[in-house]
Design a protein around this ligand. Structure first.
Ligand SMILES: C[S@@+](CC[C@H](N)C(=O)[O-])C[C@H]1O[C@@H](n2cnc3c(N)ncnc32)[C@H](O)[C@@H]1O
Ligand code: SF4
Ligand code: SF4
Length: 289
């Protein structure tokens, strides 16, 4: 049986790392220079059990919408991650989009499931790249929806070989599995390893087989993503949000309104359970058996 992460202190430290691209060696977050994320697709060739994207409308962002978003970004260079709840490399115009960012003077970034990525192309286009890897066990990887682990590992090793380990960041979601073998493997590669706990925010957790592992939330009144801002997130339909954690955009209006409600002591529905402002008390039972 897989148990939920119970070490909240460790969870929070890791979550901070995971949401700050600066610590990935990509770009430090500052008030003047928000990290840009564009969800170019919600489609994917994998079916990770924890992925909110599997329950969203499945679509690729059309080129025109991509250009409209680029037109709103302002001066380059910015770090622009083509990242949302889908596999970016599965977008039919993925490499053309990366080339367009480079032409405009931006630094492209992605986190990929590494099932399709070409290491040589990646080495030419990315300063650094994120790769998701949750387990080294082929059967377990298949069970959680990360298929053909041997293919993923082959491509990950190729990325390390061609780009150099310092440019590869391995991302692991802690959902209750034994992380030690993955950590040892990433160390042996010489790459960076970011472990982030499985999201407890209801936007994500409502899709887990056993529901949310959280029984109680304590919310703060201030969110860094609203104060600075730290991020400009563009969903696949082109809507802009102040962060990448609002998966139910039907409850989102404007960043200003979220900020005002929080300051007023109310927790906006879009923000309930967000690790940026919420401290959870977790159940000790499993996330998924
Ligand atoms: C949404 S994915 C998209 C990129 C790509 N398809 C991939 O899986 O690497 C980006 C990162 O978020 C992680 N992720 C997705 N759903 C999550 C959840 N419910 N809790 C924590 N991390 C999650 C993924 O494992 C991945 O490392
Ligand atoms: S590979 Fe990424 S986008 Fe695809 S299902 Fe898994 S987390 Fe979601
Ligand atoms: S969901 Fe709300 S609280 Fe969380 S980062 Fe986004 S704006 Fe801030």
């Amino acid at each position: 049986m897989l148990t939920a992460p119970t070490d909240i202190k460790q969870v929070n430290l890791q979550s901070n790392k995971a949401v700050q691209p600066g610590v990935d060696g990509v770009k430090r977050l500052t008030a003047k220079d928000p990290f840009v994320q564009i969800e170019i697709t919600t489609k994917c060739n994998f079916e990770c059990f924890y992925c909110a994207g599997r329950h969203m409308k499945q679509e690729n962002m059309p080129w025109g919408r991509f250009e409209q978003i680029l037109g709103k970004l302002g001066e380059s260079p910015l770090t622009v991650s083509l990242q949302g709840e889908g596999e970016p490399t599965a977008h039919p115009q993925f490499w053309a989009m990366i080339d367009r960012l480079i032409t405009l003077g931006h630094r492209p970034y992605i986190i990929t499931n590494a099932s399709l990525i070409d290491a040589h192309q990646a080495a030419l286009k990315f300063q650094s790249i994120g790769v998701s890897l949750d387990t080294l066990d082929e059967a377990e990887a298949h069970r959680i929806g990360r298929y053909k682990l041997h293919n993923v590992l082959r491509r990950l090793k190729a990325l390390v070989e061609v780009m150099g380990a310092a440019r590869v960041i391995v991302h692991t979601v802690a959902y209750g599995q034994d992380i030690k073998p993955v950590s040892a493997f990433v160390r042996s590669l010489g790459a960076k390893h970011l472990i982030q706990p499985i999201q407890a925010k209801p936007d994500y957790a409502k899709h887990y087989d056993q529901g949310s592992p959280v029984i109680f939330w304590h919310h703060k009144r201030r969110c860094r993503y609203l104060e600075f801002p730290l991020m400009r997130y563009f969903a696949v339909d082109g809507r802009e949000a102040p962060c990448c954690y609002i998966k139910d955009m039907s409850v989102f209006d404007t960043a200003q309104r979220l900020k005002a409600e929080l300051a007023d002591g109310k927790v906006p529905s879009a923000c309930v359970g967000c690790r940026e402002i919420a401290t959870p008390r977790m159940k000790t039972s499993s996330v998924r058996s």
